[in-house]
Design a protein around this ligand. Sequence first.
Ligand code: ZN
Length: 137
Amino acid sequence: MSNPLHIALIERNVWPVAEKPSDRSKIPVPPHVLKYHFVTPMPEEYQEDFDSARDEWMKYAYLEFSETEDPSVSDILITCKDKGGPSSDVGKQQYGPTEMEFGPSNGYNKRAFLHEFGHALGFHHEHQRPGRESSGI
Ligand SMILES: [Zn+2]
């Protein structure tokens, strides 16, 4: 996992996002809601950091996250493992939900939660951005 700030949005696999109303006279468009489901529960001691990372993204992206108990309506499936590290599909998947995983190898902390939410929203690592000069990373 690289620095969470080194992440770039490439315009594919993007979720539908409502346009943020700039004119208060217009009827506001509600933000798109992404539903997530825990396939395996988040360890209780990390829930606060997870919620904080989720809420951080809601400040900057005009969307909301909502936990669901029903995996069949879930946009994002989250698996919490007892080994390995974090990973995530990048953005909206063509077939089925986007999958995120967390594990104890640098996976259960706010930095990892922020980073993987970025991937789930459609951000790639900055060094993978097309057109970028050769990577110095
Ligand atoms: Zn990553």
